[in-house]
Design a binder for this molecule. Structure first.
Ligand code: GRF
Length: 206
């Protein structure tokens, strides 16, 4: 399965996927890494592993139409079958979502639909969980639609919130689960084990 990974920052999730591929657990080809941010550490990770990189940002284009056409051109010319968002901070344009219906996935560091949506990223998510006094948080892996953190949920894993947690300690435990589980979902999709009907995702995650 040809995968395009889209990332904006550190790319530790991208690295975890690369590692699983190196261990022959993830049977996927990283066709390209697309970053909207030229200083993203994820770019270095790709280069280290000889993965093609592109720097494409919405700000490079006059409007959404030219931006999405440029994205689609790169994705289709590389025969990308699945788009994997790994800490990607930009909304995916509507025409890309439509062209890749249920073929774009995202990982979010909370149990959606709680603590998701616009502005809910990084430490803001974990701070909101702690401020609310939630006893559990976790990860959600979902298909992407036009709204932030909104598409059909494929997989969730609970992470307990401890009494003495701060955003760093909670984020660290959540991130371990992200790294441990994102590749499983991708491999399950690659194996054709995941189906979507309306909003409901069925099938076994390996
Ligand atoms: C992760 O917490 C992920 O859930 C969210 O963005 C963060 C990316 O982290 N979408 P990294 O760049 O993979 O380290």
């Amino acid at each position: 399965m040809n995968i395009a990974v889209l990332a904006s920052g550190g790319g530790s999730n991208f690295q975890a996927l690369i590692d699983k591929k190196c261990e022959n657990k993830l049977n996927a080809n990283f066709s390209v890494l697309i970053c909207n941010n030229s200083s993203a550490k994820a770019l270095l990770r790709a280069k280290t592993h000889n993965i093609d990189t592109l720097h494409i940002a919405p700000s490079h284009f006059d409007n959404e139409d030219t931006y999405s056409k440029a994205l689609l051109k790169e994705l289709t010319s590389r025969r990308v079958e699945l788009i994997v968002l790994a800490g990607y901070m930009k909304i995916i344009p509507k025409s890309v979502v439509n062209s890749f219906h249920n073929r774009i996935i995202n990982i979010h560091p909370s149990l959606l639909p709680s603590f998701g949506g616009k502005g809910m990223y990084g430490k803001y998510v974990h701070q909101a969980v702690l401020d609310y006094g939630a006893k559990v948080s976790g990860i959600s892996i979902h298909f992407v639609d036009e709204k932030y953190d909104h598409g059909p949920i494929i997989f969730q894993k609970v992470v307990e919130v401890l009494d003495d947690d701060d955003t760093d300690s909670l984020a660290a435990r959540v991130l371990v689960q992200e790294h441990e589980n994102y590749w499983r979902v991708i491999e399950s999709i690659a194996q054709g084990q995941i189906a979507v009907k309306n909003r409901k995702v069925t099938g076994r995650v390996i």
